[in-house]
Structures are given as structure tokens and as C-alpha cells.
Design a protein around this ligand. Structure first.
Ligand code: NCD
Length: 304
């Protein structure tokens, strides 16, 4: 039995097969509509989410399966003091596969250790968010046709943003990827990330201003300042509108530069660029459903 805790749990070849499957699902959705008939997905969400939880649920429903779960720790037995280890043993009796989001780093891994069904980490604190990374990689592969030889800018809260940490980890395995980290000093990528890049001789730059580097980018990954992980309101208020991607900044970028964002956005992308053909963040949401469908099939060992 396999779980997904970290994007690196799959080899590059396995990811290619997963993305091929996701593209096939996109092209032939009818062929997959009963693939999970009789199977249940449990979504155990101890932290707020709209997209990730509904994306998992839509994925399972598109495969003809059903869903159970909770979307708020307060409405689960966690409020009575139940451990995630006990919760997953119980859920294992009800469902065939579980997607878990938790504010504590490592909680889904603890659950996986006690689970008799596959567990998917749907985001653990500021740590990892592997299914967002699969979504990001599938979006890049589908829209750019490759996962190597490009310069990607990651902009915003690179300290607390788990989507950025997960994506950097995953992209570091591909040839010719150069990173440009754009953040205020207070929200720079953690040292363990830059140490990993240094150890592997992967090129990166750290800058504060977005404008100057726009022309160099093939991809721009915008992120939200992670309010819920700040220790004080004052710092959040000071940093929250540090970057706002607008029409003027988009004019500095090349004609093929794609803008990605895991969403939800707050102010960091102006709505005035939503109709720009380079804005790919809503397409990304659609790819998220296809890749979660492919992941559910793969972890359940179902072949269509
Ligand atoms: C992200 C998350 O939860 O980390 N959202 C998502 O799952 N699409 C990004 C965020 O909340 O900023």
C-alpha cells in the first residue's frame, strides 16, 4: 500500500505516468466515469480549505465513487481530544482512501503509519502540499510541453508557503530549471531550501523587487502571504500587499510567460489581468481535478 506525503514519494518516471494518465482523463473523461464505483474517499480536513477539499471530492465523484468526511476540526472528534492515529484507524473501517489536511507538520505522516488505507497529505502546516505540486507540475507540463529548461520566479510568502516549498523540492529534480525567489527579507525561503539547492548546484537568485526580473521569467508562481502562520498582526499588515501583480508589471514580461497561483488569492494578483492569456491560475484549478483523479486511481491500483 502506498501513501502520498511528499511530491518526492513518486519518482520522475512515476510522475510522468501519472501526468499521462491525467491528460488521458482530460481527453476521455467518459472512460473513467465508473472507475471507482463502490469506492469511498474520506476527506479529513482539520484546517480551512475550499479548493483542495472540493477538488478531491469532485475527483472522486467524477470517477463514480462517493465521499465522506469533515471540513472542520471542531466538528470532528479531535474536538474531544482524539488523536489522528485513532481517527485514521476508525476512518480505515469506513473508506478506501483518505485525504488529510492538518495544521501540524507531519500529522498526515503519523496517520499514514497507523492506516490500513492509502493516506494523501492534503497540506500539513507550513511544510508540504504534494497534491498542489502535482497540480502545478501537470499545469506546467500541459501548457509549456515540458518540465525542464526554464526559469521560474516564485513570489510572495516563501517562508510560510507550503506550496512553494513543495514545488521547489519537486522541480529541483528536473534539468535546467533556474529559480528566482522574490520576497521581502522577512519572508525569504527557509535555509533548508537554499542549502538543498546549493548542495546540488542548482542555480537560484534571491531578489526583493519583481519588476527587474519579469523579462527573464518563463513562469511566475505568485503566492498569498500566509496570514494564519504569522505570529503578529502588525507584521502581516505591513507585508500583505508587498507585491501586486498588475497590467503594468505584466507588460514587462515575455509573451509566453505563464502566471500560476495555488489560490486563494487576496490582493497579490490584480483582477485586471485575469483575462490576460498568460494568466493560468484558473486552468490550474481544472488540472488539479484531473491530477487528483489520476492519483486516486494510482493509489487504489485501479487500471481502466
Ligand atoms: C494553498 C494552501 O492551502 O497551502 N491553497 C491551496 O491548497 N490551493 C495556498 C494558500 O492557502 O495560500
Amino acid at each position: 500500500m502506498r501513501h502520498l506525503m511528499n511530491p518526492l514519494d513518486f519518482s520522475v518516471d512515476e510522475l510522468d505516468r501519472l501526468f499521462d494518465l491525467a491528460n488521458d482523463i482530460e481527453a476521455n473523461p467518459d472512460q473513467y466515469k465508473n472507475a471507482c464505483h463502490g469506492k469511498k474517499l474520506a476527506t479529513c480536513f482539520y484546517e480551512p480549505s475550499t479548493r483542495t477539499r472540493l477538488s478531491f471530492e469532485a475527483a472522486m465523484l467524477n470517477l463514480g465513487g462517493s465521499v465522506i468526511g469533515f471540513s472542520d476540526a471542531a466538528s470532528s472528534s479531535a474536538a474531544k481530544g482524539e488523536s489522528v492515529s485513532d481517527t485514521i484507524r476508525v476512518i480505515s473501517c469506513f473508506a478506501d482512501i483518505c485525504a488529510m489536511r492538518h495544521p501540524k507538520e507531519g500529522a498526515p505522516m503519523v496517520a499514514a503509519g497507523k492506516s490500513s488505507i492509502p493516506v494523501i497529505n492534503a497540506g500539513d502546516g507550513g511544510h508540504q502540499h504534494p497534491t498542489q505540486t502535482l497540480t502545478d507540475l501537470l499545469t506546467i507540463r500541459s501548457l509549456k510541453g515540458r518540465l525542464n529548461n526554464f526559469t521560474i520566479g516564485l513570489c510572495g510568502d516563501l517562508k510560510f508557503g507550503r506550496t512553494a516549498h513543495s514545488l521547489i523540492n519537486a522541480l529541483a529534480r528536473y534539468e535546467g530549471v533556474k529559480f528566482i525567489f522574490i520576497s521581502p527579507r522577512e519572508l525569504m525561503v527557509p535555509d533548508y531550501v537554499t542549502e538543498m539547492l546549493n548542495d546540488r548546484n542548482i542555480p537560484y537568485e534571491e531578489v526583493i523587487r519583481l519588476e527587474a526580473i519579469m523579462p527573464k521569467l518563463d513562469l511566475l508562481y505568485m503566492t498569498r502571504v500566509q496570514k494564519e502562520r504569522f505570529f503578529n498582526e502588525e507584521d502581516y499588515v505591513r507585508l500583505k500587499d508587498f507585491y501586486i501583480l498588475d497590467k503594468a508589471k505584466m507588460e514587462l514580461a515575455g509573451p509566453d510567460m505563464l502566471v500560476l497561483h495555488p489560490l486563494p488569492r487576496v490582493n497579490e494578483i490584480s483582477v485586471e489581468i485575469d483575462d490576460d492569456p498568460r494568466a493560468a491560475y484558473f486552468k490550474q484549478v481544472q488540472y488539479g481535478v484531473y491530477v487528483r483523479m489520476a492519483l486516486i486511481l494510482t493509489l487504489l491500483g485501479i487500471h481502466v
